[in-house]
Design a protein. Structure first.
Length: 324
C-alpha cells in the first residue's frame, strides 16, 4: 500500500490519532542551537500538517472524544487530536495563529507551576550552560562542575561547541539523576559566578492562555506543577502536589477545571496513576500508536512529531500511518 494513502486506511473506524508537539518555531529562531532536535517543528511544517489533517481527518477536542468514547456515543470515523506538551511561549506566538487560520482544536498540557514565571526547564538550562561554557572556567572546579564535565566527556561532546544532537544526548544521559538533583547541580554552577544570559520567558503566561481558551480552539490540561517525572521515588504528598496541585492552579487561573493529564517523560507510578484517576477523565502517555474506541482513557497513545521525522509531507504521512 502506498505511504501516501496508508494514514487513511490502516486503522479501524472510530480510531483516534493523538499527535504530540512541543514547540513551533520560525526557521530564523535565535536559540535554535540549544533546542533539542526532537522538540520542534518549523512554522511552515506545522502549517502543512494542519492542511493535511483538516483534509483527511476530523480534528477533535481530545477531552470531548474521551467523554464520548466512555459514554458509548458515536465517534468520528477517523479522528485526530492535537496536543502540545509543556506550554511553551511559542505555542501562542507561532502555533496559535495557525490554529486560528485552520479553525483547529488543540490541547496544551501545561506545566502549571511555571506559567507566568521566568523559570526554565532543566534541559534548556543545561543546554544554555553547555553552549556558553569553556573548560577552564572557575565554576567548573566544584562538585557540580565536575558533574557537568563528566557528563559532557562521557558523551564525547565539547563544552561551548556541542551540536544540538550532542546536547540532546547529554540531556538523555542526565535523566539518570532526579529532577531536583539536576537543578541543584546547575544552581551551584550558576551561583559560583556564571549564569547564561537568557531574555524572556520560556513558558506561557495566564493572559496568553486565557486568550487561547477564549478563542474556543484551545483547551488546557495538566502536565504537573513542575514537570517532575512521576515514576518511583516520589512520596505521596509530592505526587498529590504535582497531580492535584496543578489541577487546582489551572482551575484557579482559567476558571475551568482541566479534564486531562499528561505524564512528563511518560513516567508513571501506581500512586500517580491512582491520583490522576481521581481528578481527570483521561491521561496521555508517551506510548506510540493510535487509540481504539475501547482504549483505556488513562493510557492514551500518541504519535510524537518533530522536524526530523515529519519535516516533509511524505515523512509526516508515513509517521502518522505507523510506517516509521
Amino acid at each position: 500500500m502506498a505511504a501516501s494513502n496508508a494514514h487513511r486506511l490502516f486503522h479501524a473506524s472510530g480510531s483516534l490519532l493523538v499527535l504530540t508537539y512541543h514547540r513551533v518555531l520560525p526557521r530564523d529562531f535565535g536559540e535554535l542551537d540549544i533546542v533539542e532536535p526532537g522538540m520542534f517543528v518549523f512554522e511552515d511544517t506545522f502549517e502543512s500538517h494542519l492542511a493535511l489533517l483538516n483534509r483527511d481527518f476530523e480534528v477533535v477536542d481530545l477531552a470531548t472524544w474521551v467523554s464520548r468514547a466512555g459514554a458509548g456515543e458515536d465517534l468520528p470515523k477517523r479522528a485526530c487530536a492535537i496536543t502540545f506538551d509543556d506550554g511553551w511561549h511559542d505555542n501562542h506566538e507561532f502555533a496559535f495563529p495557525l490554529l486560528q487560520r485552520f479553525s483547529t482544536r488543540a490541547t496544551i498540557f501545561l506545566v502549571a507551576g511555571m506559567a507566568g514565571t521566568s523559570r526554565q526547564f532543566w534541559p534548556e538550562r543545561l543546554a544554555r550552560l553547555v553552549r556558553a561554557s569553556e573548560h577552564k572556567s572557575p565554576y567548573l572546579r566544584n562538585h557540580a562542575g565536575r558533574w557537568l564535565t563528566d557528563l559532557v566527556s562521557r558523551e564525547k561532546a565539547s563544552l561551548g561547541t556541542a551540536s544540538p544532537e550532542r546536547i540532546s544526548a547529554l540531556i538523555q544521559r542526565a535523566k539518570r539523576w532526579k529532577d531536583e538533583e539536576i537543578h541543584h547541580y546547575i544552581d551551584v554552577i550558576e551561583k559560583s559566578g556564571y549564569s547564561p544570559m537568557h531574555k524572556g520567558a520560556d513558558i506561557l503566561n495566564w493572559r496568553q492562555l486565557s486568550e487561547m481558551i477564549d478563542s474556543g480552539l484551545v483547551s488546557v490540561g495538566s502536565h504537573t506543577l513542575d514537570h517532575k517525572r512521576l515514576g518511583g521515588g516520589l512520596d505521596i504528598e509530592e505526587v498529590d502536589r504535582q497531580v492535584c496541585g496543578s489541577y487546582r492552579l489551572i482551575e484557579q487561573n482559567t476558571g475551568s477545571a482541566p479534564k486531562l493529564f499528561c505524564y512528563p517523560n511518560g513516567d508513571v507510578s501506581k500512586q500517580a496513576a491512582e491520583r490522576v484517576q481521581t481528578q481527570y477523565i483521561g491521561a496521555c502517555t508517551t506510548a506510540d500508536g493510535w487509540n481504539r474506541s475501547d482504549c483505556d482513557p488513562y493510557a492514551l497513545r500518541r504519535v510524537t512529531l518533530h522536524e526530523g521525522n515529519s519535516g516533509t509531507i511524505r515523512s509526516f504521512k508515513a509517521r502518522i500511518s505507523g510506517l516509521v
